[in-house]
Design a protein around this ligand. Structure first.
Ligand code: ATP
Ligand code: MG
Ligand code: FE
Length: 332
């Protein structure tokens, strides 16, 4: 079964070819234009998707040595995301399905982030827990089978990725700041400064307080010493990262206790964070869990994760009709 998958929910245009559950190509075009605006500009994102989508699909087919006629189904991200961005991928996939007379498969972006963990050789067995941490979501998911996923905890305000990006902005770092905090944190002391941790019951998260705590701290320090941030950038990044990772992993521990499921995965853009990856692995060793982290190329938005999800939907014969439309927000 050969699947061509397209991802265009935000500011990455991506295409992937997957044969019998094995990813043969995963091409990602990241849009640089948003950097100068300090965040993704939706209107610009859709326009760049239009420019990128044909070359990216061509490149994915070429790398996989696959011709259009070899494709058995076309998959696309249907929700959630920026509506203009989603429309480009959806319309492209529908047109291709119509032209090739092949089935269409719609994929939920957040389910796909979770299933990115199935791409590698050493994949988790079901059931497993997944901490999905991205730019717009922070969720703890129970995966009972590829298509039986249940959200058992989520953020009540900002996402973990937003917490990274917003605090990075306070430090004067460009968008997206998450990877830069990660980079500076490697040279810093995670215990140099402490920031407020929210007290949220159950398995839900809150991150807006972290941002506020960092903001007030920086305001106070820079009043006394205007160069405070420059002089302490590595330590600040390490301490902020430590705070966010700590909040995330405390809830993961709670989720393991509650569900008794000891296979634990992470997913989403923030799962690329080295502090989170290391801390999860250490926690797993300490408590006897099996832990899994996706390869870097499958952490951030990518079509490989759409393709692997579509493969399982193909096996379950879950196809979409040609009148389907994308949705900015979506339940699952
Ligand atoms: P969603 O998946 O919720 O719709 P999204 O698709 O925009 O949102 P992703 O592309 O999965 O999110 O992830 C982007 C986020 O990941 C950004 O907030 C970015 O800062 C963060 N991120 C990426 N790499 C790292 C890293 N190494 N450390 C911390 N954060 C990171
Ligand atoms: Mg992105
Ligand atoms: Fe995403």
């Amino acid at each position: 079964i050969t699947i061509l998958a397209i991802e265009s929910s935000c500011d990455e245009t991506s295409a992937s070819v997957c044969v019998d559950g094995k990813i043969l190509s995963n091409k990602i075009a990241t849009q640089k234009i948003h950097e100068q605006y300090g965040g993704v500009v939706p209107e610009l994102a859709s326009r760049v998707h239009i420019q990128n989508i044909v070359p990216v699909v061509d490149a994915a087919l070429k790398e996989a040595h696959t011709a259009m006629n070899d494709i058995d189904a076309i998959a696309f991200t249907q929700a959630p995301g920026l509506i203009g961005s989603l429309l480009v991928g959806t319309q492209f996939a529908k047109s291709l399905a119509l032209a090739l007379n092949k089935p269409l498969i719609s994929v939920h972006h957040m389910q796909a982030h979770v299933l990115a963990n199935l791409i590698t050789e050493q994949k988790p067995e079901f059931p497993f827990l997944c901490l999905t941490v991205s730019g717009g979501h922070t969720q703890i998911v129970v995966a009972r089978s590829p298509l039986e996923l249940e959200v058992i905890g989520e953020t009540i305000d900002d996402a973990a990725g937003e917490a990274f990006d917003k605090t990075a902005k306070l430090l004067g770092l460009p968008y997206p700041g998450g990877p830069l905090i990660d980079k500076h944190a490697r040279a810093g002391n995670p215990h140099a400064f402490t920031f407020a941790e929210p007290q949220i019951p159950g398995l839900n998260f809150s991150f807006s307080g972290v941002k506020t705590s960092v903001l007030y701290f920086l305001q106070k320090q820079t009043k006394e010493n205007p160069s405070f941030i420059d002089q302490n950038l590595d330590d600040l990044c390490a301490s902020i990262q430590y705070t966010i990772v700590n909040i995330l992993l405390k809830k993961v521990r709670k989720a393991v206790e509650k569900t008794k499921i000891t296979s634990v995965c992470i997913a989403g853009g923030v799962s690329a964070n080295s502090g989170l990856r290391n801390a999860l692995t250490e926690m797993g060793q300490k408590y006897g869990w099996k832990t899994y982290v996706p390869e870097f190329q499958y952490c951030l938005d990518n079509a490989g994760m759409i393709a692997i999800t579509a493969y399982h939907k193909f096996l379950a014969k879950e196809f979409a009709t040609l009148d389907i439309s994308p949705s900015a927000r979506a339940e699952w």
